[in-house]
Design a protein around this ligand. Structure first.
Ligand code: DX5
Ligand code: ZN
Length: 233
């Protein structure tokens, strides 16, 4: 797994990029310290929206062969898509806990590990899902993704107290010496980032703030990666 540098890994969400200038936006983010790219896939069923598909993924992978790509599957049938993105060169594939029953999720994780030994595997939880429900998966996965907005749209407001869920998972991971990253996704900007970093998150996803919320991609990346206590609340 990639190490934190210096306080947090930034995963800019391409959902928030300028689609007509995506190459430029990605280059800027990488130039200013983004180590991952977050790629949101929505099927119009698990969430009420359609987003980024296989065609775009292939282009991004080909243009940026070295970057770590984090695929967030907001789809009702993750087993249909995990293999596809793994084959196309995703580094991390995250599916939603709410999309699969316990046995099916365990089975999927097992088969992904067997077939793609280098692939990192993540499980995401929606804001209303209790953290206790994913404890039993933490020993088998690399990343737990805590949604701090309802999945489906960029540009929403951070749901207050999401950092409490992060803290709870962080404590559980530390207490049990598990090797699992905590990632947060939704409503992260200059006013909310320090709360999630203080709660112990390893990876911060940010879309609208990075690509249009701070005046420049450079400024947004700096703020998230390096912090700036004087502007936080
Ligand atoms: C929302 C997506 C997010 C989204 C975040 O369902 O999973 O990755 O792009 O966007 P912001 O950072 O604008 O909340
Ligand atoms: Zn996402």
């Amino acid at each position: 797994m990639l190490k934190k540098n210096p306080r947090v890994i930034l995963a800019p969400s391409l959902l928030g990029a300028d689609y007509l200038n995506m190459e430029h936006d990605i280059k800027e983010a990488i130039k200013h310290g983004a180590k991952w790219l977050h790629f949101d896939v929505m099927d119009g069923q698990f969430v009420d929206n359609l987003a980024l598909g296989v065609g775009l993924f292939k282009k991004v992978r080909a243009r940026f062969p070295e970057i770590f790509i984090d695929v967030h599957l907001m789809v009702g049938a993750p087993d249909k898509w995990t293999n596809k993105f793994a084959q196309l060169g995703a580094n991390l594939v995250t599916f939603h806990h709410e999309a699969l029953r316990y046995k099916a999720a365990k089975k999927l994780i097992k088969s992904l590990k067997l077939n793609y030994p280098k692939l990192h595997i993540g499980v995401a939880i929606k804001p209303k899902t209790n953290v206790e429900q994913i404890y039993e998966f933490l020993q088998d996965i690399d990343v737990v993704l805590v949604m701090s907005v309802e999945p489906g749209l960029g540009g929403q407001s951070y749901i207050d107290n999401s950092e409490l869920k992060i803290k709870k998972i962080r404590d559980y991971i530390n207490k049990n010496f598990l090797d699992c990253f905590v990632e947060v996704d939704g409503g992260i900007n200059d006013r909310t980032v320090d709360r999630v970093v203080d709660a112990g998150v390893d990876v911060v996803v940010a879309g609208s703030y990075v690509f249009s919320g701070a005046g420049s991609i450079h400024k947004a990346c700096n703020r998230i990666i390096h912090g700036d206590k004087k502007n936080s609340i």
